[in-house]
Write a protein that binds this ligand. Sequence first.
Ligand code: PEP
Length: 246
Amino acid sequence: TPGVRPLIAGNWKMHGTLAAARELAAGVAAAPAGTAELLVCPPFLHLLPVAKALGGAVALGAQDCHAAAKGAHTGDVSAPMLADAGARYVILGHSERRADHGESDAVVLAKAEAVLAAGLVPVVCVGESEAQRVSGEAEGVVAAQLAGSLPEGFAAAGGVVAYEPVWAIGTGRTPTEADIAAMHARIRAELQGRFGEAGGKLRILYGGSVKPGNAKAILALPHVDGALVGGASLVAADFLAIADAA
Ligand code: PEP
């Protein structure tokens, strides 16, 4: 999108030792500044050491948070805690959270409100299943997820949407370029319908088996303002090659 800085985000999921996280962060931080903004999202436990290893040139994010700012929630982490640790972004509603923890759009909405209240930027993930794609429901499913999970203050905070077809995550499969472009155009229209002019400038990332070999073609599509990268974000050279394609 013209006038919008692309965002290349790495979702490290539940991978790696502390030593590996430090090394990966240092590798990403060593890259010269380019066109794209870089973001890495390590597991909670690795946020602080990764923040230190990044040194500020690369943004830090978390992969989830609780909807409450504090309280009796054993094992959970709040958005203010993430802000305090140096995070700027929080991924919400990833399909693995929706599948593993039963997160609904309403849960994602509540978490997004908490992220905004903490002064952080939500990266809200949406995407259809393979059955929904095959039956022609993909755009409707994604539009409903957006309507149900984006809070009122989303645009004012520069919120990010990540379109991640569930069947393309970690599978090596991607939609056709035409299907990606059509979905991103639909998401743009939904954002503009909801937020007006501000919705035209929000970043819409594509995620699902983005690799150095397909990044250039995907990132060149209209309304693709960056990528959310899983597997390929665990190798600094691959992640940076994807960023170079933006
Ligand atoms: C993800 O889980 O956000 C993702 C896009 O994973 P991968 O790149 O491994 O498909």
